[in-house]
Ligand binder design. Structure first.
Ligand code: NAD
Length: 479
């Protein structure tokens, strides 16, 4: 695949089973993060488009809710098959829009297909329960679809995070109206193309590109929408929760993180470094569970940062479409600007820059960066960097490092590297986060719940908990 490959995705809205173009609508210019140049125009939904989508969702709900589960499931399986069949094209579109390397983009599409397959099966095992009652009486507890759902998803994993919401909501029997981020309209349009080609009934899955304020206020204020699922920054999450309060709309909030990584002196140092460095720079660090604050036990601190710096300097940065690139540009102009400020602030407060530290010459690039001896007062120790920067500092005792790990308002993911089993158990119990990875980073999988605590939000995606987030509980008593 050559880097000169053109952008070949037809950007459209998908409302009530019809594809709608930019004609007569406002459009937004899509930018390639490698060059910062425009590559296509995205049609934006008007207020009338949003009303049409809401009406279609309302009409479609009873039919979708009451459809035989085997038929619902078959459409989800077919969607998964189409995503796999089209993975090369979708991945290429994703790389051109967002910047991540092609291999990561392809893995994201395949992971999204797995979610559709998983929920297509999980819904068949949604049994409810029967309570113990005297002969002749019956009390049962059932779960029913909550109803039409609005999803708002970010640009860092534009297909996977959208698939997490859409696959579970559709499996549960809820129609969805999805607003994807404006940075990644094409790969998300392709996901809806797969749903359309798999035979999703009109109005059950709708895609509305658009201005985020207009789309979120219109959808959330409507009595048609019974559930909002958002992934993104804590600030926007809090804003959407306030909008949802007025309409008593249920929410799932998957927000930012600032993952601590606890490196103990009994870990296998070389193996640990070989794992953590590529993980840090995956998707240029724009990952809500990205390993960020590395707390390293004093005895191995110097060798750890030396090995980290050597590996960081070797990360090949470039256009994600080129086969030997290991890290692409950041997704938009805001990211390198924000990272530059955070690095400068840390440097001014005494941090040592052991690798990288500056922006690239074109597009939205920032060098893979390692900071050592970063004080807690540095902004980057408190604010989610969402970029290719690792921060390190030494620690001495177990209690001290647990206190450091828990000191921020975030609580999404935490990681630890140790060969001591008792210590590993304690870390699992004591760290305040929704997910803990011990000697692994594999924490986002179809069959396990994923979500945060504290300012990282609430509610889970993935696993049976992900399905339940699109359901309401009802108790039916019969004497
Ligand atoms: P941002 O806060 O402007 O936007 C975050 C996301 O929210 C974007 O996808 C955006 O399209 C969406 N959004 C913004 N306003 C909205 C509204 N009124 N209604 C609905 N959606 C809205 O931040 P950004 O500059 O795009 O990204 C940087 C920050 O976002 C990072 O520091 C990180 O904390 C956070 N982020 C988190 C995740 C995650 O997976 N948890 C993903 C992307 C971004």
């Amino acid at each position: 695949m050559g880097a000169a490959m053109g952008y070949e995705t037809d950007l459209k809205l998908f409302i009530d089973g019809a594809w709608k173009s930019g004609e007569g609508r406002d459009t937004h210019r899509l930018v390639n993060p490698v060059t910062a140049e425009g590559i296509a125009d995205v049609p934006y939904a008007s207020a009338a488009d949003l009303e049409e989508a809401l009406e279609a969702s309302k009409r479609a709900w009873p039919g979708w809710r009451d459809l035989e589960v085997e038929k619902r499931s078959a459409i989800l399986h077919k969607t998964a098959a189409l995503l796999r069949e089209r993975a090369d094209h979708i991945a290429q579109t994703l790389t051109q829009e967002q910047g991540k390397i092609l291999a990561e983009a392809k893995a994201e599409v395949i992971g999204s297909a797995q979610l559709f397959d998983w929920y297509a099966e999980e819904i068949k095992r949604d049994y409810g329960r029967t309570l113990v009652r005297p002969a002749g009486q019956l009390s049962r507890v059932i779960r029913q679809p909550v109803g039409p759902t609005a999803t708002f998803t970010p640009w860092n994993f534009p297909i996977y995070l959208l698939a997490k919401k859409v696959s579970a909501a559709l499996a549960a029997g809820c129609p969805v109206i999805s607003r994807p981020p404006h940075e990644t309209p094409g790969c998300t349009t392709e996901m809806f193309r797969a749903l359309a080609d798999a035979g999703i009934p009109n109005g059950v899955a709708q895609l509305v590109h658009g201005e985020s304020g207009l789309v979120s206020t219109t959808l959330i204020a409507s009595p048609v929408i019974r559930k909002v699922s958002f992934t993104g920054s804590t600030g926007v999450g809090k804003h959407l929760m306030k909008l949802c309060a007025d309409s008593m709309t249920r929410v799932t909030m998957e927000l930012g993180g600032h993952a601590p990584v606890l490196i103990f002196d009994d870990c296998d140092l070389e193996k640990t470094l070989d794992m953590v460095v590529p993980q840090k720079f995956r998707n240029a660090g724009q990952v809500c569970v990205s390993p960020t604050r590395f707390y390293v036990q004093s005895g191995i601190y110097d060798s750890f940062v030396k090995g980290f710096a050597e590996r960081t300097q070797k990360v090949k940065v470039g256009n994600g479409l080129e086969a030997d690139t290991k890290m692409g540009p950041l997704a938009n102009a805001r990211r390198p600007e924000a990272i530059e400020k955070l690095v400068e602030d840390a440097r001014a407060k005494g941090a040592r820059v052991l690798a990288g530290g500056s922006r690239g010459n074109q597009g939205f690039f920032f060098q893979p960066t390692l900071l050592a001896d970063v004080p807690n007062e540095a902004e980057i120790m408190n604010e989610e960097p969402f970029g290719p920067v690792a921060v390190t500092r030494p620690f001495d005792s177990f209690d001290e490092v647990i206190e450091q790990a828990n000191r921020l308002p975030y609580g999404l993911a935490a990681f630890a590297f140790t060969e001591n089993g008792r210590r590993a158990n304690l870390i699992g119990d004591l760290v305040e986060s929704g997910m803990v990875g011990i000697n692994t980073f594999a924490i986002s999988v179809a069959d396990a719940p994923f979500g945060g605590v504290k300012d990282s939000g609430f509610g889970s995606e993935g696993g049976k908990e992900g399905l339940e987030s699109y359901q309401v509980v009802k108790a039916i008593h019969q004497a």
